[in-house]
Design a binder for this molecule. Structure first.
Ligand code: AMP
Length: 213
């Protein structure tokens, strides 16, 4: 089962992607997580990606497509995966489509988690991420057991530079301009499903599992 999560930054697609990955026992592949791991390890790719990420811009397609195709060609992705944060542009979607069709494969579901911009801006200001393991929290919706401390590894929680309000607005502009056209792209392929992302995490997940079976 190959699934793509669509939706604006902060729509909650990452949370749903992790839950899907767990339930259906397929890898959760997040290009944002791969970039952040590279930044943490000080790799060349990380240094390059950070420049764009901190500014709320997209990392260039050439870099992003390569790391994604490498990742999904690994053995654990043989039975499918859930992509979170990729594709984010039409050229990325086209490259993925071509790579899959060369192997006689295709995307089974593109799930759009739909949330209005105003709600996103409100949510992102409350988002906190662990500096060490990348786990994400929300000061109101998913608070850690101890304020400012990661439940999973005990490290410090921070507001990521790309979750700062001015950067969030920039990311939303980028989303509308470059990523939203993917909704039509997958609709035309007959695999698009939209879910109302303003409801609780559990309600959204119930709708998704009803769809995936
Ligand atoms: P995310 O964690 O998915 O919100 O990604 C964080 C940042 O990583 C984004 O704002 C982009 O700068 C970069 N990024 C992640 N995935 C992609 C992608 N598919 N294409 C370009 N940039 C990406």
């Amino acid at each position: 089962m190959k699934i793509i999560m669509l939706g604006a930054p902060g729509a909650g697609k990452g949370t749903q992607a992790k839950k899907i990955a767990e339930k259906y026992e397929i890898p959760h592949v997040s290009t944002g997580d791969i970039f952040r791991a590279n930044i943490k390890n000080g790799t060349e790719l990380g240094m390059e990606a950070k420049k764009y990420m901190d500014a709320g811009a997209l990392v260039p397609d050439e870099l992003t497509v390569k790391i994604l195709l490498d990742r999904v060609s690994q053995a654990d992705c043989e039975n499918g995966y859930v992509l979170d944060g990729f594709p984010r542009t039409i050229p990325q979607a086209e490259v993925l489509d071509k790579a899959l069709s060369e192997r006689g494969e295709s995307i089974d579901y593109a799930i759009d988690v739909d949330v209005p911009d105003e709600a996103i801006v409100k949510r992102m200001g409350g988002r906190r991420a662990c500096v060490t393991c990348g786990a994400t929290y929300h000061i109101v919706n998913i608070p850690p057991k101890k304020e400012g401390i990661c439940d999973q590894c005990g490290s410090e929680l921070i507001l990521r530079p790309d979750d700062e309000p001015a950067t969030v607005q920039k990311r939303l502009d980028v989303y509308h301009e470059q990523t939203q056209p993917l909704i039509d792209f997958y609709q035309n392929k007959g695999v698009l499903h939209s879910v109302d992302g303003t409801r609780s995490m559990e309600e959204i997940f119930a709708e998704i599992t009803a769809l995936l079976g």
